[in-house]
Ligand binder design. Sequence first.
Ligand code: JHZ
Length: 425
Amino acid sequence: MFLYHKVCRACGFGKPDIPTLKESLAAGPKAASTALIPVFDLGVQPLANDFCKEGQERSGYAPLKVLFCPKCTLAQLSVVVRPDILYRHYAYITSKSLTMQHHFQALTDLLLSEQGHVGSVAEIGSNDGLFLKYLRNRGFGNLCGIDPAENLSKIAHDDMQIPTINACFDQSSALMARAGVGEPDFIVARHVFCHIDDWQGFISALDNLAGKQTLIAIEVPYAADVLSNGEFDTIYHEHTSYLSLRAMEALLKNTPFHIHRVSWFQIHGGAIVILLRRNDWNGAANPGTMAMIEKEKVTEDTWLDFGVKAQCEIQNLSDTIRDMAASGKTVIGYGASAKSTVWINACKFSRKEIRFICDNTPAKQYTVTPGTDIPITDDGAITRELPDYAILFAWNYKFEILEKEKLARSKGTKFIVPLPKFEIV
Ligand code: JHZ
């Protein structure tokens, strides 16, 4: 189901932490460690998006441990779960929320500020095609999605009319996309790069797809935000890496690409869009990037502090909800996000503490939370049942959801927002 991964996928640092007898004898007792450093550990956990119906076979559990690279500051999981288990049938559908629409607008404005004109686009990890559909409405033509999920590629193709290659992004799907859209003006990879194990393969595939003038936009959760906001719930098996800009620089060394510009966005708790250009592109790189890299506080110590903070966050929510349940209050969850699975299993919640989770994703409704027995229902359930408290597991959509659920709130339901700052509203 999973393989151990003990070498930094950005810079190549690290050897297995158990040296051979010959290596330990040769190194002597004072030898510096050549292994990646363990900085955070949630034990063995279920896969965050493994929402199953009663009787359906579960995909299983795997270790959830983060290793830090002292050379380039990349943090990565100690294991890689087989991508076909994670993605062949994928429950997460890009949100149709207003928050996401605003993000699409800001991201598109950024792309246009660089390239100056609408054009052809290849999207890696295109999910159900929502972003490409948005681009089509803004005048972009010649679109192509690439996504490994059969269920989502079908929606993209049949419902959104977006040509979609149902495959992982690799050299051969890159060539197929190139045959479809020609040399794309833009390549976009939104929240997918840190899901990928083989970054060298990704770069080679980019090399097959990108032309001299192509602008490449890689949107990832930013490790510095994960650390400073204590977003431990974004650590799950799909996210094989937690990217710093230093690590991205290390990865790109000796490749045909370089960082051209970096922009920060609020989406999903803090993300950066890293714009790449080919090294033989004839424009100037944006001067702000170096300053951002120098300011970056991603170290072994910040990761260790983060681990302590995460344990406090887990203890605090666990105590709060158990006290509420013990005093007869009804508590539900709002948003069966991947983050909800991490919280629920870290706090060891069951149906006893959380009655149900409401969610507007049809594929998640009438399933149960991975690793426990909490049922997931439609999002209208909050207004029908009027619980005393709802834990906002989709805290990244806080303002939009608080506004949307004002009827339940006016009738007494309070929202518990676990991150980035614990509050009850
Ligand atoms: P949401 C996903 O994480 C998965 P998740 C993935 N691994 C990734 O990288 C990140 O995104 C970026 C529901 N909801 O978007 C929909 C409502 O019910 O925070 C979702 O199930 N009503 C690819 O899963 C969940 O909440 C609403 O009004 O943590 C939110 O999940 C809204 C806005 C959402 O991502």
